[in-house]
Design a protein around this ligand. Sequence first.
Ligand SMILES: [Zn+2]
Length: 149
Amino acid sequence: MPDNLTPEDRKRTMRAVKSSKTKPERRLRAYLAGRGISGWKMHPVDTLGSPDFSFPELRIAIFVDGCFWHACPHCNRPLPETNIDYWRKKIQRNVERDRLVTHELRNGGWKVIRIWEHQLRSDLQEIGEILIRAFHNLDTIDELQLQED
Ligand SMILES: [Zn+2]
């Protein structure tokens, strides 16, 4: 299939993909705030991986992984047809970096929670409840496996 997209079209497409990533994060933020959870920083540059939510005092990092950018096995979102090698490598690098960041943070004593974007879209309430329970019983956070795969 020929590439009929102008660079401007492509930028628009990618912006749409990116902005769709931020919405579930905002909903989660509102949910947590509404339930009295506070004390997080969003995307702090001084925490490895710049988590979507970082609770520096509790040393808890929450990442909301976009299904496209982080290769969600449940959604299995197709790569753009143009420059498919570029996209495959880029997303592969993201996945490797995710693993490394999780590993390094845990080595540094952080509790790391990863959530798929689609989980927040479909089960915000359920995910929110699980997080709230975990915050009230911090010992359980290490067992939290929210990303099913
Ligand atoms: Zn997904």
